[in-house]
Unconditional design. Structure first.
Length: 410
């Protein structure tokens, strides 16, 4: 009897987790293709001016280091305890990894949808017949569409490119959809490439997480040199300080940012005004690209203000359109896969450093052989760390190979 062909893997996304999955498949000699709609490390590159909280040693694996060192013995990795910027991480780690698999990576290639060949979403529910059919991938490359097939799909597409809305209760503010092209939803390089756009401007920043804190800290630094720069920082939370400080935080960069941002929010001399319990109700783009008129509501009080710029650091959501024709069991609160979301919901701590991987079974979906990994697997839960994603990769390959002791790191 002839040996069956190994399963064909489609890995969606060439970020840290997608590349790690590719390395694992390469180590195990499984056929795979990595599809990336931008360039390698696209999301990390977009916010790449920002320094990571976690040190370099936590954001790499022995498999990756050994693979790079095998072909580039003189490659210099940053020290394990150094917190690199996102761009440094791409240049010093992700790009050399991708170079090892360049014949298996298709950049500027988007996976638009994934379905089961010959089956609709509602067909074969709970039936093993679905697993016998390959996945059908709609691929778009240089505005030309084609179909490709795979036996296993690892969805590592992340969530950074799909922002949430800044209006009340998570829906768009009035006028936000029309103003969306002119609003910054990501981490803006205020002290670098985008500096000229924010010098001596009035800026409204929305959010109460580390992204908003990073933005406000940069704007306050800009105001030291350009004193007409003014920041209004709003949060729907009621705390007098926007960020909760973690006692004995092991991530020094995170603790430093938290302390600095909270200090800016309570000072009166940093050109920063912080307003708690406040949300955006409406946005109007002013004629002639003259900024925005924004209606804010604090409790029962509505106030209108004009600003030059809006930066909405309100979080991100996974792109669920990719698998809309598959039988994915989503958490109704986070959009993460249900089994994993249930494990995360039971966690006693909200500190990402205390997160652990929850084993191979937490990654299973009703759709056989479709796995959500990385930040996307956490949905709207922001406690994801790269080291968790690396453990997910190990876990998912134990499912793929059926080897419960599998460890390609050895």
């Amino acid at each position: 009897m002839s040996k069956p062909d190994p399963p064909r893997l489609a890995i969606l996304g060439a970020g840290p987790i997608g590349l790690e999955a590719g390395l694992y498949a390469r180590q195990l000699k499984l056929p795979f293709t990595i599809y990336e709609q931008g360039k390698v490390g696209e999301h990390m590159w977009r916010w790449g001016h920002v320094r990571l909280f976690s040190p370099f040693g936590m954001n790499t694996t022995s498999l990756g280091r050994k693979a790079i060192a095998a072909v580039k013995p003189d490659h210099a990795f940053p020290p394990d305890d150094v917190c690199t910027s996102g761009r440094e991480h791409v240049e010093r780690y992700l790009s050399p990894l991708a170079e090892l698999m360049r014949d298996r990576i298709k950049t500027e290639t988007r996976v638009v949808n994934v379905a089961r060949a010959g089956l609709l979403k509602h067909e074969g529910v709970g039936d093993t017949s679905r697993a016998k059919q390959p996945f059908l991938l709609l691929i778009r490359e240089r505005n030309v569409d084609r179909f490709e097939q795979a036996d296993i799909v690892l969805d590592c597409t992340g969530s950074y490119s799909h922002h949430r809305w800044l209006g009340p209760s998570g829906i768009p503010a009035l006028g936000e959809s029309q103003a969306e092209p002119h609003i910054a939803y990501g981490l803006v390089d205020i002290l670098g490439d985008a500096k000229k756009d924010y010098v001596n401007k009035s800026v409204l920043v929305i959010g109460a997480g580390y992204s908003a804190a990073t933005t406000v800290s940069s704007l306050a630094k800009l105001a030291e040199e350009h004193q007409a720069t003014w920041t209004t920082w709003i949060s729907r939370a009621s705390h007098t300080q926007p960020l909760r400080r973690i006692a004995n935080d092991p991530l020094r960069e995170r603790d430093r940012l938290t302390s600095h941002a909270n200090n800016l929010a309570t000072r009166t001399d940093a050109n920063v005004e912080f307003r708690a319990s406040t949300h955006v109700e409406a946005i109007e783009s002013l004629q002639g690209n003259q900024g925005f008129r924004v209606a804010l509501r604090t409790g029962g009080t509505r106030k209108t203000m004009d600003v030059d710029k809006i930066i909405a650091n309100v979080g991100y959501s996974p792109d669920r359109a990719i698998y809309r024709e598959l039988q994915i069991h989503e958490c109704y609160a986070t959009f993460g896969p249900m089994k994993l979301a249930a494990c995360l919901a039971g966690a006693k701590s909200h500190d990402c450093m205390k997160e652990v991987a929850h084993g191979p079974e937490s990654l299973r979906n009703p759709e056989p052989n479709y796995f959500l990994l990385g930040a996307k697997s956490y949905g709207r839960n922001s406690n994801f760390l790269l080291r968790i994603g690396f453990e997910q990769v190990r876990d998912v390959f134990t499912l793929i190979t059926g080897d419960g002791k599998l460890n390609a790191y050895s």
